[in-house]
Structures are given as C-alpha cells and as structure tokens.
Design a protein around this ligand. Structure first.
Ligand code: MN3
Length: 202
C-alpha cells in the first residue's frame, strides 16, 4: 500500500485571509504531493514498504536522506492540514488547557513561546508542541522536514501541533514577514484536533 496524498477536508480558500488560496493549493498539490511521491519511490522494494508512517519515522536511519526528507515531509504536512480548520475550530479547553497553563503559565505565554520557536528557526523547518514520553508538554523546532518522532533529533515526543515555516508556506502572501504568518496561524488553529491528538499521545 503506497502512501496517498490526503484531502485537506476544506477548500483551498477556506482559510482566507489568514492563509491564501494560491499558497494552499500549491502547498498541497505540489509540495505535499511531491513528498508523497518521492517517499513512495524511496521505500519501494525495501523493508519499509507497508509500514505505517509513524513506524517508519520512529525507527528511521537518519542517514537515509530520501526517507528522512520525504517521510518527514509527508507526515508533517498531514498533521499541518488537520490542525487548521475554517470552521469547528473549538477553543483551548479541558485537559490540554490545564496542561498548557501549568507548563507555560497561560495560553498567551504559550503562544509567545511557540511563536518564538517558529520565528527563530533559521532557514526552513517547523515548530512543534510535543507530548514527551512522561506526558509533559514541550515546545521545540526542527530543521527541514525533520520531525520529533525521529530518533535523536533533539526534539523528542509526539507532535500535536506544528507550523510549517518554510518560505513556501507563506511567501506569496506574507513575503519575508514570517512573524505575521505565525500570528495568522493562531487564527485558524483547530483546537479540537490538537486536543484529540493530546489525549491520544498522553
Ligand atoms: Mn510545506
């Protein structure tokens, strides 16, 4: 079973004006599609074929550049589309709200710390909110298409929220203004999905 490009679950223009339709379309049909195709090519005929993407990433050989870059790219974008939603976003509540407040002080302080991780990631990469093995929350960032599930990446745990800070994610609409794009991301977060992922990861 080859990996398939997932549907977004909403229209390309559904996150306007925060995420513009042209960026969303290119990001999904070109970038994510490219990672998916190249991941399938990289695992074809190897022992990785048929494994789940989570299994592939958690047992990854970091020297395997094709699987590292494209497997990370496939997984990261799958997560990214689901943690944004034009409707039915919910709001930070329940156990996740409690955990964020006890870990970071308040929702605003969490947003500040997460935004700083995203803004200061040099070059291309991602910022994450992760659930560590002991259940604690952690903010971290990774380069390129690396992912916290990968072993020894220095950012460990199960990611439950992630933002893509590659320029392809924002340049058409925000040019070099990455901080504006990060701020906009917080207007479209699907907290219901983040809470669901938190409950599963904990
Ligand atoms: Mn991307």
């Amino acid at each position: 079973m080859a990996f398939e490009l997932p549907e977004l679950g909403y229209a390309y223009d559904a996150l306007e004006p925060h995420m513009d339709a042209r960026t969303m379309e290119i990001h999904h049909t070109k970038h994510h599609n490219g990672y998916t195709t190249k991941l399938n090519a990289a695992i074809a005929g190897t022992g990785l074929e048929g494994k789940s993407i989570e299994d592939i990433l958690t047992s990854l050989d970091l020297d395997n550049g094709a699987v590292r870059n494209n497997g990370g790219g496939f997984y990261n974008h799958c997560l990214f589309w689901t943690v944004m939603n034009p409707e039915d976003r919910g709001y930070l509540s329940g156990e996740l709200k409690d955990a964020i407040e006890s870990t970071f002080g308040s929702k605003d302080e969490f947003i500040e710390a997460f935004s700083a991780a995203a803004a200061t990631r040099f070059g291309s990469g991602w910022a994450w909110l992760c659930v560590k093995e002991d259940g604690a929350l952690e903010i971290c960032s990774t380069a390129n298409q690396d992912n916290p599930l990968m072993p020894g990446i220095g950012c460990g745990g199960t990611p439950i929220l992630g933002i893509d800070v590659w320029e392809h994610a924002y340049y058409l609409n925000y040019q070099n203004r990455r901080p504006d794009y990060i701020k906009a991301f917080f207007s479209v977060i699907n907290w219901n999905e983040v809470e669901k992922r938190y409950a599963e990861a904990k």
